[in-house]
Design a protein around this ligand. Structure first.
Ligand code: RNT
Ligand code: ZN
Length: 420
């Protein structure tokens, strides 16, 4: 404890020499909520008890024991994870992670009743909730198509699912006093070259128009739309591409959701944040890590994450509204550890962004001194941000990095490994 404070005092002085106020960085980091994705905890399975396999090009690999079998167990696991993530955060649900199965009530007819346990839990814990319709793992996802399907009956089912999830989100927002972000992502696409690229896109556009026709106040609900480059089994064509959704979001005044695993590997969403902020769009991020074909590995503190976080910090400082959601799933390691490691890495990256000697860098840039800019960028990598992070954890009463795994181990011994 004492060592943490001593290290922090020295770090504070070091940063002060670069004109950086660590106290301000600590305050600002505490004010950035992450939307923690509930689906890391159930391998994106949901709780409908229908036994539908995971479809829609999301693939979860691994069989680490102790997966949550119902929403009650998932909430208990989330409690364990949230206790190890410093600060106050939100939880994002998928539209099939229901509390209660009512025979005969399918996704197109879900109401707040299916999510009442989540709402009560969030209210008791003072958490905000976000949500997304689940357009996959269901027989109505036919030939890989949902909202863009040529059959009006199939489109109707998915439109009604999205409408019901929007209403549930608005109820979350109303009761919890913080708007729920509701994100529309559909897996629609083709494995091989389509004959007609336009018709599915026109159908997706019209389905979205119908979904958003229900007017809900933005004090309760914020709509987002999420693009993707390709998916497994949809390698050649994705109906909801980035161009499609970016212009849709602009036209309909929706949030565009940028998933860091949904672009060409050399294309970074870090660069897109300022481009969109310049156009004054609020944004939703799905922060993830792409590895070869997979878009959903646990976040590590790599250059990509540092860029996304530093740009988020800069754009937020300029007044941009950027909602940070996490989106990855790994079933090959302890699922609570996956949440905790990824969320803490997101926070560490944000902290590095907040601690960057920005004024000095900008000064060099203004003076056209690109040599000094590069030298300082590299120098600042080895400034003692780790000591500030430990102090941040201490102030939030959460273990430092060396301390969280033992807690997860004891939770799995006492709770999750007993699940069969
Ligand atoms: C899929 C999208 C989407 C999903 C969730 C589970 O590629 O990223 O956000 O991760 O719907
Ligand atoms: Zn995503």
């Amino acid at each position: 404890m004492e060592r943490t404070e001593q290290n922090y005092r020295l770090a504070r002085e070091s940063y002060a020499e670069y004109g950086v106020d660590t106290e301000q960085a600590i305050r600002e980091l505490a004010a950035i909520p992450l939307s923690i994705h509930a689906w890391q905890g159930d391998d994106v399975q949901g709780f409908e008890e229908t036994g539908h396999a995971l479809t829609g090009s999301c693939l979860v690999s691994g069989n680490y024991p102790g997966c949550a079998r119902n929403s009650r167990e998932l909430r208990s696991d989330l409690d364990a994870a949230l206790a190890l993530i410093p600060g106050r955060h939100r939880v994002c649900l998928q539209g099939h992670q229901i509390d209660r199965v009512v025979p005969g009530v399918d996704r197109d007819a879900f109401t707040i009743e299916q999510f009442s346990g989540w709402l009560a839990w969030a209210k008791a814990k003072g958490l905000g909730l976000d949500i997304a319709p689940a357009f996959y793992s269901h027989p109505k996802l036919d030939h890989g198509l949902s909202l863009s399907h040529p059959d009006a009956g199939i489109r109707r089912f998915w439109i009604d699912h999205a409408r019901s999830i929007r209403r549930i989100g608005a109820e979350f927002g109303r009761v919890l006093g913080t708007p729920a972000v509701c994100n529309e992502w559909v897996p629609d696409g083709f494995k091989d070259t389509p004959a007609d690229r336009l018709a599915p896109r026109e159908r997706l556009r019209d389905s979205l128009d119908e979904i958003f026709a229900d007017e809900l106040p933005d004090t309760q609900l914020l709509d987002a739309v999420e693009s993707k480059l390709f998916g497994i089994g949809a390698e050649s064509f994705t109906v909801g591409s980035h161009d499609f959704y970016l212009s849709y979001a602009t036209r309909k005044n929706k949030l565009i959701c940028l998933d860091s695993g949904h672009f060409h590997p050399t294309e970074s969403i870090g660069d897109k944040l300022s481009a969109l902020t310049a156009m004054q769009r609020p944004l939703l991020l799905h922060v993830s890590r792409g590895v070869r074909w997979d878009s959903d590995h646990v976040l590590v503190l790599n250059d990509e994450l540092l860029l996304i976080a530093r740009e988020t910090v800069r754009c937020r400082a300029a007044g941009a509204e950027i909602h940070i959601g996490l989106d990855y799933f790994d079933a090959s390691i302890n699922r609570i550890a996956a949440w905790v490691i990824g969320a803490r890495n997101m926070q560490k990256a944000l902290l590095c962004g907040l601690l960057e000697p920005f004024d000095r860098l900008a000064e060099s840039e203004e003076e056209w001194d690109f040599t000094a800019r590069l030298a300082l960028q590299e120098e600042s990598r080895s400034l003692p941000w780790g000591a500030v992070w430990e102090e941040f954890c201490r102030r939030h009463d959460v273990p430092a990095d060396r301390g969280f795994l033992p807690e997860i181990r004891s939770y799995e011994r006492a709770v999750s490994l007993l699940r069969k």
